[in-house]
Design a binder for this molecule. Structure first.
Ligand SMILES: Cc1ncc(COP(=O)(O)O)c(C=O)c1O
Length: 503
């Protein structure tokens, strides 16, 4: 048995122990353990006496003894009567050391499920990656609510009240807190014409989770799924993870060009769309197409997934009611979110299900996560019940309308090469480059200066046949003050002028 005093290789540099964030005994404990793991300290190596180490490192003997005691209690070292402290010989570290070799797994070499393999192959960040946001302050970043006008006091009061509410602390139905589901049912009936019972509503961590759950339960590997040819890429990621085949339909001023008799529509049984305000163009689906979609769903026993994204912000007249409200056959699944109406970090959304699907979704949610934070749901329910949510929406509608009314004419005046795609609401405006300029390159350039604009083409679904009119910029105005809108447009003008001169 070797009883050599371990050499100094494992002894930490004093500077390691000066790190204020961990206590000295923790630092020493971690250091010795790491030395054992990586083989610098071997079985039967003798550790220095606590007195010696204390002198050497200039830390108290108590710290050394505490570190040793921890290692002793975990079985990494052992104390031998009359001889000192040694690295334990019972420890076979081979499994921890990966058989002594330096194996480093890469995401492509590990064994994962079919879904795991498809997720690995998915480029989740593609639209964002194409245009890095170099700076934090992004003037025109879409989907940013006006946090400068958020009713913090009323929200704080709802949160405080939620902390006094026993149901915030008890186990909740997996579908979500009853108070919130009842508030959503009432709200959706009045504002969106959605007809449902509170029991048909499932609370999710936003629309992304809502869409993911719906598609996971209704779409199989190899199924054809109909989509708008420009839209939210979070849906594409879910579909590719499932191995579904995406079939796209053009979007015009009347929304998705759906013809139930067309070959493409006959080949699919699932349609995902944004009928109230097509994302990102902002077109409203015509009644004729709505009816055609419902007829198709009844005839094919198909599913229609209605992503009612930012429909809360329609500025003129009444917003057109939801597709779900027209559906008498239980084929429409409706999803919504608080990310835009409250704030993105709230991570709360919902699904309205045809009753026949409720038991299946309930079971699946139990498998996925067992429910969303009850306290946050109670706070949201109380905020709605007090009337604060409706008041907030009314104020934001007015404010966003005003901000859009500043942005659009200014853009027209300063950047005539961009033409506005007309839309009656939302949180962003879409402008089309008449000359088909390289919108990705321009957006990348603009974002170096903190503008946060998005290139329209990065939302296009089938890259193969680039739609000429999908070269443009998406400019968020909801979260931007009047002053910043003006400065931002001037900055954008300079950037585009310089870009055009260079190219
Ligand atoms: C059209 C559309 N649907 C759904 C989502 C997802 O929203 P959430 O933040 O609720 O997950 C987004 C996000 O930008 C979106 O643009």
């Amino acid at each position: 048995m070797s009883t050599k005093l371990s050499n100094d290789t494992f002894i930490p540099l004093k500077s390691n122990l000066l790190d204020k964030s961990t206590s000295k005994y923790e630092a020493l404990y971690g250091h010795i353990k790491e030395a054992i793991f990586n083989g610098r300290l071997k079985t039967n190596d003798k550790l220095p006496s606590s007195r010696y180490l204390s002198k050497l490192l200039g830390i108290s003997r108590n710290s050394i003894l505490t570190a040793y005691e921890l290692l002793l209690s975990e079985g990494f070292i052992e104390s031998r009567q009359g001889s000192g402290t040694f690295v334990a010989d019972a420890v076979d570290l081979k499994p921890l050391l990966g058989s002594g070799t330096n194996i480093r797994f890469t995401s492509s070499s590990i064994h994962v499920s079919k879904i795991g393999q498809r997720v690995n192959a998915t480029d989740l960040l593609s639209p964002v990656k194409a245009v890095p946001l170099e700076r934090k302050e992004s003037v025109f970043l879409p989907a940013q609510p006006a946090m400068d006008c958020f009713p913090y006091k009323e929200w704080q009061s709802a949160v405080t009240k939620s902390l006094r509410n026993p149901s915030a602390f008890s186990e909740q139905p997996v579908m979500g807190v009853c108070l919130l589901r009842e508030q959503i049912q009432e709200f959706l009936l009045i504002t969106r014409g959605v007809r449902c019972h509170a029991d048909d509503i499932m609370i999710t961590s936003g629309s992304q989770q809502a869409l993911s759950i719906v598609l996971n339960l209704l779409v199989s590997d190899g199924d054809n799924v109909l989509l708008e040819d420009i839209g939210f890429k979070g849906i594409d990621a879910v579909l590719s993870s499932l191995g579904a085949v995406q079939m796209t339909l053009t979007v015009d001023e009347q929304g998705i060009c759906f013809d139930k008799l067309s070959e493409v529509c006959q080949q699919a049984k699932t349609l995902v769309l944004t009928p109230s305000r097509s994302f990102p163009l902002g077109h409203t689906l015509s009644l004729q197409r709505r009816l055609s979609i419902l007829e198709w769903a009844y005839e094919t026993q198909g599913w229609v997934i209605e992503d009612d994204y930012d429909s809360e912000f329609i500025f003129s007249g009444h917003s057109i009611a939801s597709l779900q409200g027209l559906d008498s056959g239980g084929r429409v699944i409706y999803t919504g979110t608080y990310s835009r109406t409250m704030f993105p970090g709230i991570r709360l959304g919902y699904i309205v299900l045809p009753p026949v699907l409720v038991p299946l979704f309930n079971k699946f949610k139990r498998i996925v996560d067992g429910g969303i934070s009850a306290q946050q749901q109670v706070a949201m329910g109380l905020f709605m019940q007090s009337g604060a949510y409706s008041r907030h929406l009314r104020r934001m509608r007015k404010l966003y309308k005003k901000r859009k009314a500043i942005l659009d004419p200014l853009m027209q005046q300063m950047l005539p090469m961009l033409s506005l795609i007309p839309s009656e609401g939302g949180m962003h405006s879409v402008y089309h480059f008449q000359g088909g300029q390289d919108d990705v390159a321009i957006a990348r350039e603009a974002n170096q200066y903190g503008l946060g604009v998005r290139p329209l083409s990065s939302y296009q679904r089938n890259d193969v046949t680039k739609h000429a009119s999908y070269s443009g910029l998406i400019i968020g105005y909801a979260g931007t003050t009047e002053e910043h809108i003006q400065k931002g447009v001037i900055k954008l003008r300079h950037i585009i002028d310089d870009f055009c001169k260079k190219s």
